[in-house]
Design a binder for this molecule. Structure first.
Ligand code: SF4
Length: 468
């Protein structure tokens, strides 16, 4: 109930009832609220491909659907195109069903019936899943991928939820941070060689790694190439999100340092919005950075845009996409704005319904443009309180999908995170996960590397040695 309506409160006398029973070869679920009743007989869950844990999960899923339906009727809760699938990684469930031999057409029915997805979202999930599966490896622990986090940015954007310390106020921590990072890169690199691990993709993210410039950037890229890139490495991405950090000199350093893919993220090509969200760069900066990146020969460029930025309507999104069409990126990532303090009280549900319609139209327009540029959706995730209950989708031209994005999102490959704010995720053979987060604060990170790196390396060594 809380996940459907986090801020709802119920007064005295309002009773929400939910019951289930296994009766006559079916799971029967009953939900009622204020005289509205919802009943479902589920026979599909008795199929032999399901186990006991699946059946217990199905009870919860059916109750959830029942609650959604009575909320819709009693309080006018807007229908969601994602139905009851509120998790961040909806594709994980789809992949697990495909692993178990459910054919896509049967899975589509389940997505519509059990999870109440709209047919568009069901088709989107199946399309993306089919595109991702060739990237999965039989062993989740070799090859691995590597994330290196640089938790600094020129300024902090108003909607930011990442590890991003503004250079102006925290720049004095950078030298010590980099010193610690070189130690970690060297030690993790030696461990990779000792264990015979290949690295499939390296992602330098943040923050904005290109906040680091000149000799410091050169040295950082050299360390990554020397210790983390292996013979089997297929991709090296640098999140160069803020265009004002991208001079010709910086881009040339990136190119010389082996960067194959960069992200230049305008978010919008509407000047007043850029100022409103605290980005302190101009539309012209984006055009200039993109053109320079092409000129110095960075092979692939991704651009991120956000749907639903304050004050923006469909016409703004259209003009942003028209601008991007003139530039011609290889990848486009379409985010829907996540509202940190979204209110879902009943009085706001009408507003939310409007936001949902507008959000859907924006997302659909971005999709049309991306498909028109010869791109296809290849990864997808959701966030809590996302505009209109929508999703974030990465599009790529044929052969340019980011391997790292797929592996990171679907959690079928161990990812070792170095630097500030990254999360190492080690995957077991049954695809269960163990996580360990690095401190976001550059000073805390540097202290941890000085004091606790040995322990961390031992933890990694144990995990990768135990699989033989
Ligand atoms: S550029 Fe990205 S990481 Fe940096 S402050 Fe803005 S949203 Fe946060």
């Amino acid at each position: 109930m809380k996940s459907l309506a986090p801020n709802a409160s119920f007064g005295p006398g309002k009773v929400l009832q939910a019951r289930y029973a296994w009766e006559d070869g079916a799971l029967v679920v009953f939900v009622s609220l204020e005289g509205e009743e919802w009943t479902y007989r589920d026979t599909e869950i008795l199929d032999a491909r399901y186990n006991q844990a699946d059946r217990e999960r199905r009870i919860k899923e059916r109750v959830r659907l029942g609650i959604r339906r009575v909320f819709e009727r009693v309080y006018g809760l807007a229908e969601s195109p994602w139905g009851i699938l509120t998790g961040v990684r909806p594709l994980k469930m789809v992949h697990s069903m495909l692993d178990r031999g459910f054919p896509p057409e049967e899975l589509r029915e389940i997505l519509l019936e059990v999870y109440a997805l709209s047919s568009r979202k069901a088709d989107l999930l199946l399309e993306v899943a089919a595109r991702q599966r060739p990237y999965f490896h039989p062993d989740p622990n070799n090859p691995v991928s590597i994330y290196v986090g640089i938790p600094f940015c020129p300024t902090r954007c108003s909607y930011c939820s990442f590890a991003a310390y503004p250079l102006e106020t925290h720049g004095h921590l950078l030298p010590d941070f980099l010193k610690a990072l070189y130690v970690e890169i060297g030690q993790v690199g030696s461990l990779l060689r000792e264990l015979g691990l290949q690295v499939e993709a390296v992602y330098l993210g943040g923050g904005t790694p290109t906040t680091v410039q000149g000799d410091q950037l050169e040295q950082l890229l050299q360390a990554i190439q020397k210790y983390l890139v292996t013979a089997g490495t297929k991709e090296f991405t640098v999140e160069a999100g803020r265009p004002e950090t991208l001079s010709r000199e910086t881009l040339a350093i990136l190119k010389a340092g082996g960067t194959q893919r960069i992200c230049i993220n305008p978010q919008t090509m509407h000047e007043p919005t850029l100022q409103l969200i605290g980005r302190r760069h101009t539309v012209e900066d984006v055009r200039r950075a993109f053109t320079l990146a092409r000129e110095v020969g960075i092979p692939l460029i991704n651009m991120d845009v956000i749907m639903g930025l304050p004050g923006e309507e469909l016409s703004h999104v259209r003009s942003t996409l028209e601008e991007l069409a003139r530039l011609g990126p290889d990848n486009l990532t379409v985010h829907s704005l996540a509202l940190k303090r979204a209110s879902r009280l009943k009085k706001d549900w009408e507003r939310e319904r409007i936001a949902q319609e507008q959000g859907e139209a924006m997302v659909e327009l971005a999709r049309e443009y991306a498909l028109g540029w010869g791109m296809s959706p290849y990864y997808l995730y959701r966030q809590r309180h996302i505009l209109g209950d929508l999703e974030n989708v990465g599009y790529a031209r044929e052969g340019t999908a980011s391997i790292y994005n797929i592996q990171m999102m679907e959690e079928r490959q161990s990812i070792i995170a170095l630097g500030g704010g990254g999360v190492t995720k080690l995957v077991a053979s049954d695809l269960s996960l163990v996580r360990q987060a690095n401190p976001k604060c550059p000073a805390a990170y540097a202290a941890q590397i000085r004091e606790g790196l040995g322990e961390r390396l031992e933890w990694l060594r144990r995990h990768f040695s135990s699989r033989y």
